[in-house]
Design a protein around this ligand. Structure first.
Ligand code: NAD
Ligand code: DAU
Length: 340
């Protein structure tokens, strides 16, 4: 199969590209279109960069001319759209880029796929589109959308846009909505890598509000296997939730990370809460389990230890991504956040 992957230099996209190229048997051909924003990093793809089945294209999914000619030239069997501005806090500080990439970019890809009759289009989305879910409920795919941040609103909008291409044009579009991913190569703006990398440097760990917000943790390789399962066995026009089935309050996650790196809990520092902060995400993954046979394989304890060990073993990677732009972002987001 020929894959056109967008955003394949990011955290999840690069894990997906590595997974595709590691598969035995019918080898995939992979073209990776990525703009290399602050979150894109070719070091994430060092393991596959010389693979003859892999090609990197540096470019923007909003560039209609580029996207159109790339789809015409590569004639992919499937387009998998990971490219996004993916961080909630950044979307709050500066909303414009999320709407540009997440909405216009998705539109541009859909138009190219429509023009060239691409046989499959998988749009990678998030459980954030359902908003905060009161216990004991879990959102299934029919739950109403309730986006709280500019990030989640842009993802909800791009989901609806993608699904409209199925309804209107009969395009074989599928949407996946995953819960919080974690694993190696995640940019240290997100909870787990931020806490691990700060702890390794004995820096304070900023806990938003009371730290009792609940997220459902999914190991990145389980997410990538789920996406493949949907491409291979999912039905066009459908949405598939992908949950880790491992709900934990943030503070519990951070305490476990501190224990894993052998640092004291006194490093935790309560800071002002995120505006519009969703209290609880909870997903039902019954549909993907039933229709594709997928289920998460990596228990949180195992995935967390593998992740912590990866960050401990890769100080150069952390130092590189934390240099430059990261410092100004960190200052912007955390400097004036002392708890009330
Ligand atoms: P990431 O921020 O690590 O990577 C995003 C990638 O997209 C980067 O390589 C970046 O350079 C690229 N990119 C950004 N704008 C682009 C543009 N205009 N054109 C081309 N490339 C562009 O993100 P991630 O955490 O790997 O998330 C990937 C996808 O999965 C996103 O769509 C996100 O919404 C979704 N998702 C993420 C999570 C999570 O927990 N991280 C959970 C569910 C869904
Ligand atoms: O649920 C899926 C989503 O998960 C994805 O769509 C997003 O792309 C991804 O960024 C993630 O969003 P969250 O906002 O849930 O992830 P984040 O890692 O930013 O935060 C996780 C929780 O930790 C959240 O409740 C906020 C809290 N937090 C986060 C940071 C960065 C803190 O308490 N302190 C922090 O410094």
């Amino acid at each position: 199969m020929k894959f056109l992957v967008t955003g394949g230099a990011g955290f999840i996209g690069s894990a997906f590209v590595r997974l595709l190229l590691a598969r035995q048997g019918d080898k995939a051909e992979v073209v990776n279109l990525d703009k290399l924003t602050y979150a894109g990093n070719l070091e994430n793809l060092a393991a596959v960069s010389n693979d003859p089945c892999y090609r990197f294209v540096h470019g923007d999914i909003c560039d209609a001319k580029l996207v159109n000619s790339l789809v015409a030239e590569t004639t992919p069997d499937v387009i998998v759209n990971f490219a996004a501005e993916s961080h909630v806090d950044r979307s709050i500080l500066s909303p414009a880029p999320v709407f540009e990439t997440n909405l216009r970019g998705t539109f541009t890809l859909l138009e190219a796929a429509r023009t060239h009759k691409t046989p499959r289009f998988l749009h990678v989305s998030t459980d954030e589109v359902y908003g905060s879910i009161d216990p004991p409920y879990e959102a299934n795919e029919d739950f109403p959308l309730h986006a709280s941040s500019p990030y989640s609103a842009s993802k909800a909008g791009s989901d609806l846009l993608a699904l409209s291409y199925y309804t209107t044009y009969g395009m074989p579009v599928m949407v996946t909505r995953a819960s919080n991913n974690y694993g190696p190569y995640q940019f240290p703006e997100k909870l787990i890598p931020l806490m691990v990398s700060n702890a390794l440097e004995d820096k304070p760990l900023p806990i938003y509000g009371d730290g009792m917000q609940i997220r459902d943790w999914l190991f990145v390789e389980d997410h990538c296997r789920a996406i493949l399962a949907v491409i291979e066995r999912g039905r066009p026009g459908e949405v598939y939730n992908i949950g880790g089935s491992r709900a934990l309050p943030n503070i519990e996650v951070v305490k476990r990370l501190l224990a894993a790196v052998g640092k004291p809990e006194s490093l935790m520092q309560t800071v002002k809460d995120r505006p519009g902060h969703d209290r609880r995400y909870a997903l039902s993954s019954a549909k993907i389990r039933r229709e594709t046979g997928w289920h998460p394989r990596v228990p949180f304890e195992e995935g967390m230890m593998a992740t912590v060990e990866w960050y401990q073993s890769n100080p150069e990677w952390i130092a590189h991504v934390k240099s430059g732009e990261y410092q100004s972002y960190y200052h912007h987001n955390y400097a004036n956040r002392a708890a009330e």
